[in-house]
Design a protein around this ligand. Structure first.
Ligand SMILES: Nc1nc2c(ncn2[C@@H]2O[C@H](COP(=O)(O)OP(=O)(O)OP(=O)(O)O)[C@@H](O)[C@H]2O)c(=O)[nH]1
Ligand SMILES: [Mg+2]
Length: 320
């Protein structure tokens, strides 16, 4: 397993390692008793053994369809490899999961000219505003001029919540009035952001109840006015999903995907969830990749999603 050994080596010196291990602790602990039983004992690799792995994946929130595909691929990988022990078989499983997930695309293609506009959507309470603050910090530390737009004019306190974050992270803040039409707030903000030479503009939106017609109408109005102000805007739409709600997140995501071009997912509250397998179903069922994963409440707890770090943290048992 030279390939995986190399990955483990890279992971062991990675800056994000502690965040990943800490953030995925619940999921890892949840999985470990099942995995120990499967991989550490001298069990025969028969159909029951494969079923137990399938069950472990499903209990970690991988859908049954996705888990079945993974097991099929895993069987093929095991046949190809020269595995002799159950511990080595676990490494092959980690390898299979990394390959099944595939590479993560870059988060956003920056606009050639003017601000790159990113619209953050999702139902209420999933972590949109907090994730925006964390992203602002990340992009700012990369030397970009960041702006935040409070286009959630629906919830009382939402504007002030984002204002406080903008002051904390020290980035430019654009806002309108409580109950103002969010599209009008966006128009003003985009216009001003061009004048302010903003590189990346993160737009907060109201947590919507998933009523598809309203959602579509409201979002399509936003797109129309944004594109008029800055051609191509929004350049990316990211959907925020709460990892603790499990499979319901997939249904939620479907509503948004039907209403808009979701380019990536921010999966929050992974630290509070034991269902680490959700990323696999999200990718397999929705065809959309997780770009960032929320591993805690602090400002630097949102990390770019890295499949290698993720699956090594989740399934590895020798990194603590
Ligand atoms: N543990 C943990 N908590 C998180 C994470 N992301 C967000 N939260 C918490 O989730 C709660 C809701 O976060 P918000 O950012 O206000 O969520 P929102 O989607 O903007 O909510 P609305 O504006 O009401 O729709 C806050 O208490 C956050 O601190 C995470 O990755 N881990
Ligand atoms: Mg919010």
């Amino acid at each position: 397993m030279a390939w995986l050994d190399k990955l483990k080596e890279t992971f062991s010196v990675k800056k994000d390692k502690i965040h990943y291990l800490e953030g995925l602790k619940k999921s890892r602990e949840y999985l470990s008793s099942q995995l120990n039983e499967i991989f550490l004992n001298d069990r025969i690799m028969d159909d029951t053994w494969f079923d137990d792995i399938l069950f472990a994946l499903v209990s970690s929130d991988v859908s049954i369809e996705t888990a079945s595909k993974i097991i099929e691929q895993y069987r093929k990988e095991l046949k190809k490899s020269t595995v002799i022990s159950n511990t080595q078989a676990k490494d092959v499983l980690i390898q299979t999961l990394i390959e099944f997930y595939g590479e993560t695309p870059i988060d956003v293609m920056m606009a050639l000219e003017g601000p790159t506009v990113i619209l953050i959507v999702g139902v209420n309470g999933v972590g949109k505003t907090t994730s925006i603050a964390k992203l602002a910090k990340k992009y700012q530390s990369e030397g970009l001029n960041v702006g935040l737009v409070a286009a959630d004019t629906f919830r009382a306190g939402a504007i002030d919540q984002l204002r406080l974050w903008s002051e904390k992270v020290k980035v430019t803040f654009y806002h309108g009035d409580y109950h103002e039409d969010p599209s009008s707030v966006l128009v003003d903000a985009l216009r001003q952001a061009k004048l302010d030479n903003i590189d990346i503009l993160l737009c907060d939106t109201a947590g919507r109840l998933t009523n598809k017609t309203n959602l579509m109408n409201e979002l399509s109005k936003m797109f129309r006015v944004m594109d008029r102000e800055i051609s191509g805007a929004p350049h990316a739409i990211w959907l925020v999903l709460d990892a603790t709600i499990g499979q319901n997140g997939i249904n939620q995501a479907k509503q948004f995907i039907e209403a808009t071009e979701v380019g990536g997912i921010i999966l929050t509250k992974m630290d509070g969830s034991s269902k680490g397998g959700a990323v696999l179903s999200i990718k397999d069922t929705l065809g959309i990749k997780v770009l960032f994963v929320g591993l805690g409440e602090k400002e630097d707890d949102l990390k770019p999603f890295n499949p290698e770090s993720y699956f090594l943290s989740l399934f590895g048992d020798h990194y603590d």
